[in-house]
Design a protein around this ligand. Structure first.
Ligand code: CA
Length: 237
């Protein structure tokens, strides 16, 4: 999942970005509202963490512009302004959540997780397809109660597919969720993760299909034969 952090206090931005990356997010940081506005014309994120006091363009003005343009990215305001009127203005302008500094990191991470899964239409931190169960808090996966060992990237790919299960997810959509812009995955990186996941998921009652030319589809039920999981996948990285 991809997060844009707009924060002009370098120490706070660095520390927060590091913690979020350690939690498995692709994080990009900007220290100015105008630059964020420009970037958001072309890039999409799963969550925006927004300071209010920002150079060039204030956070509330940025938020108002985004919502006017129809950008629906979940926004968490993170600010030192703790007046009731600031909170009300922020929420009324289209913010989804509001935290004041100083804040506790575990709470911020929990709120980010909640915003992302709500935006994807999931109500709880436990996601399931067939007998596959994802714990999005502990980033753990189990199949019929048995733990399934996945690398961090494999988990990331699977989480996106589970959140959108029953829908085709394009390769570029997967890349966008997993990598920050400027962080270029190899040309076959996604195919390699899909290939590994498909093998690991053989024990589960789910099918990970390649829809040629469109992307990937995770659905409950096992494939009805070798033809069901079409698509060529590379054997190695
Ligand atoms: Ca600030």
């Amino acid at each position: 999942m991809r997060i844009l952090l707009v924060e002009d206090e370098p120490l706070l931005a660095d520390g927060l970005a590091r913690s979020l990356r350690a939690a498995g997010y692709a994080v990009e940081c900007l220290d100015d509202g105008q630059a964020a506005d420009t970037l958001l014309l072309t890039e999409t994120y799963d969550c925006l963490i927004l300071d209010l006091g920002l150079p060039r363009l204030d956070g509330l003005q940025l938020l108002a512009r985004l919502r006017r343009r129809g950008v629906r990215t979940p926004v968490l305001i993170l600010t030192a302004r703790d007046q009731l009127s600031d909170r009300v203005d922020g929420l009324d302008l289209g913010a989804d959540d509001y935290m004041t500094k100083p804040f506790d990191l575990p709470e911020l991470e929990a709120r980010v997780r909640a915003l992302i899964r709500r935006a994807q239409g999931a109500a709880t931190a436990q996601l399931s397809v067939g007998d596959l169960l994802l714990d999005t808090v502990g980033k753990r996966v189990s199949v019929a109660g048995q733990p399934l060992a996945l690398s961090a990237r494999e988990y990331g790919v699977l989480e996106v597919l589970v959140l959108r299960s029953g829908k085709v997810v394009g390769k570029s959509q997967l890349s966008e969720c997993l990598y920050a812009s400027g962080e270029e995955p190899g040309p076959n990186a996604i195919e390699v993760y899909i290939h590994r996941l498909r093998r690991k998921l053989e024990v589960a009652s789910v099918t990970l299909r390649t829809i040629r030319g469109l992307g990937y589809l995770l659905e409950p039920g096992t494939s009805s034969g070798p033809a069901a999981s079409s698509g060529r996948t590379p054997d190695a990285a």
